[in-house]
Write a protein that binds this ligand. Sequence first.
Ligand code: SF4
Length: 317
Amino acid sequence: MSENILEVRHLKKYFPTKRGLLHAVDDVNFSIKKGTTMGLVGESGCGKSTVGRLILRLTEATDGEILFYDDDIRKYDREKMRHTRRRLQIVFQDPYASLDGRKSIFESIAEPLQVQKIYQNKKEMEEKVYELMATAGLARRLANSYPHELDGGRRQRVGIARALALNPDFLVLDEPVSALDVSIQAQVLNLMEQLQEQMGLTYLFISHDLSVVKHISDEIAVMYLGQIVEKAECKDLFKHPSHPYTQALLSAIPVADIHHKKKRIILEGDVPSPMNPPSGCRFHTRCPYAMDKCKECVPKFKEYEKGHWVACHLLEQ
Ligand code: SF4
């Protein structure tokens, strides 16, 4: 058995629309080692959240393999997938939208336990709900509160408690702190790190914000228009960003040191439509280094340094 808990191979999702196929995810490949975090970053609409939903089969892929412990879960029937989904969970960006406003915090956290019929005995289930609340840093007195009575940070803690209810191995964290104030973001990120250590969890952390992903990821994959353009260990990516798109994203991160002046790379033009992605390198319409070759040939996604993968013709020269 490999050390990877999850591997996606040639993952594709094309959504049929009236104007043709929307190429949301187009041949994405990566693997995640057990107990580690992979950050998946890119601008809004690049397909990163779709990747998260495909892994959990909340949206069905058009093609490709999703190997969970070396077994392709795309081949699972409904019942086997229902069983497996206990081990694969998701935390959404907006906890307010993902929680039922008519249910108390207790009821929301108890729901996955009831759906999967894990506890027959009411007392056992109550103890588990209170244990989950404590794990997520929620005071017991909040059990009878409703989502609208909590602040954003506490609501996200309820989302985390729900995701942990079925003892998962793997969590997709889809922009889990984007809707929170900066001070609360740090608390929730710390909680995620503590839980990973205590429970041996593996994360796919999806975010548009490289500075958030930096603090929690072991590896980072950068996505542009449905494809991964660069992937490396976190430190390596920040030290040697090699794809022009990654360089532009990094240049946009504010630096606290006033003596350290960083030149921001402004990308020209809008992100092209995934309905009709540009030929050759998909980034060529916005890349400051684009050459003729870039319009015609698709750059290969290659490992240029150990563990550092890039898709760019500049590195082939
Ligand atoms: Fe820019 Fe060409 Fe590299 Fe694409 S392949 S990122 S257009 S230099």
